[in-house]
Design a protein around this ligand. Structure first.
Ligand code: ATP
Ligand code: MG
Length: 362
């Protein structure tokens, strides 16, 4: 078994530029290096239902949105298996057995789950399924024996939890599962891209996103409304870069060639930042530049999406084929897991014959 990649997204909305820099862009790069023996990308509808149980229609409608965003970004179904989580029943079975290897207090310590519980106002009424989603994520990753999981920083605790489950499983039942490695973005700004409101994370649930499929006017409107440095009032005032969303986005998206194309007065981002910090550079000029950068980055994605939008049945066909392939792989892992746990009674000739002997002797 060689290098295997698995990752996914919740169909709770269209994908946004945080997804793009946090994980999607990396997936496409990994796909195109050809270094991986298998690549799986999952639309995590079952996970989305853990905090959207009363709104299944939202999840159902967003599956196609996520699939279109994948294809628009360049994921190629010939090289990368795109599938829908709920169509792989083996994932539930694996989760059920992994639940025995994790304590409630361990789950309660998960910082991402903690902050998501707060964000959703669950506090005293946390759905059990939501609380245990790190376990189901371990099932998703291990079902494909993934070695590499490219995700944003918020997923670190999930990967830790998965590794613990793998170690525990292998030590109790014998070597069966592989430990995955997290692959975080190298660019600091992309680890956890803030929302346009400057809040810690751009997130579908927080409504502070620039979506990959956004029309040019909407992108511009959002960029122009972006949070900057509230103390930078007049152009001549010195400006701060920390917490300044416009500069964080430039760190995440700007390529050197964009200066020549859109802002030839500056040689690079360092010069632009120095001028801003010194004073004498207005927010609007920086925002106009960022708008140009984002328009250039998003235009090809939006155009490709429009092409795929013309053939929705084809997109579902891709997901169906991908789900069939994913199910076969997960079934193999589940078989190995049940064998390791010795709950493969009917295949276990030794068990049956030794018990037959025992009862004969009685
Ligand atoms: P939700 O609010 O429904 O949880 P989300 O916007 O957090 O949605 P997910 O589907 O939970 O998106 O995340 C999918 C992937 O994108 C994960 O790998 C996650 O780490 C990454 N990701 C999401 N938001 C960001 C962000 N703002 N910056 C970097 N990576 C991100
Ligand atoms: Mg999330």
């Amino acid at each position: 078994m060689g290098k295997i990649m698995l990752t996914g997204d919740r169909p709770t909305g269209k994908l946004h530029v945080g997804h793009y820099v946090g994980s999607l862009k990396r997936r496409v790069e990994l796909q195109n290096t050809g270094d991986f023996d298998e690549m799986f990308v999952m639309i995590a509808d079952a996970q989305a239902l853990t905090d959207n149980a009363d709104n299944p229609e939202k999840v159902r409608q967003n599956i196609i949105e996520v699939a279109l965003d994948y294809l628009a970004c360049g994921l190629d179904p010939e090289k990368c298996t795109l599938f829908i989580q709920s169509q792989i029943p083996q994932l539930c079975e694996l989760s059920f057995y992994y639940m025995n290897l994790v304590t409630v207090s361990r789950l309660q310590r998960n910082p991402t789950v903690k902050s998501e519980i707060q964000q959703r106002n669950f506090e005293a009424s946390i759905p059990v399924g939501f609380f245990t989603y790190p376990i189901s994520q371990a099932a998703d990753i291990t079902a494909f024996q993934a070695t590499t999981v490219p995700v944003g920083e918020d997923q670190l605790p999930m990967l830790e939890q998965t590794k613990e489950i793998v170690r525990k499983f292998n030590s109790v039942y014998g070597d069966t599962l592989r430990e995955p490695e997290i692959l975080l973005p190298e660019n600091q700004a992309c680890l956890r891209l803030p929302g346009i409101d400057g809040k810690a994370k751009m997130s579908k649930s927080l409504g502070n996103c620039i979506y990959l499929s956004e029309e040019p006017e909407e992108i511009q409107k959002k960029v122009f409304s972006m949070f900057t440095d509230p103390t930078h009032i007049r152009v001549e005032d010195p400006g701060k870069l920390e917490g300044n969303t416009v500069f964080t986005y430039l760190d995440a998206f700007c390529r050197p060639e964009y200066f020549e194309e859109f802002l030839p007065d500056y040689a690079n981002l360092t010069e632009l930042k120095e001028h801003y910090q010194r004073g004498g550079l207005g927010d609007m000029k920086v925002k106009r530049f960022l708008n140009n950068v984002l328009q250039a980055e998003l235009e090809p994605i939006r155009n490709r999406r429009k092409e795929y939008q013309k053939d929705i049945p084809y997109v579902y066909e891709i997901l169906k084929k991908g789900s069939e392939k994913a199910e076969a792989v997960a079934a193999k892992t589940l078989h190995d897991v049940k064998e390791a746990m010795k709950i493969n009674y009917f295949d276990d000739k030794e068990l049956i014959s030794s018990q037959a002997e025992r009862f004969k002797a009685e």
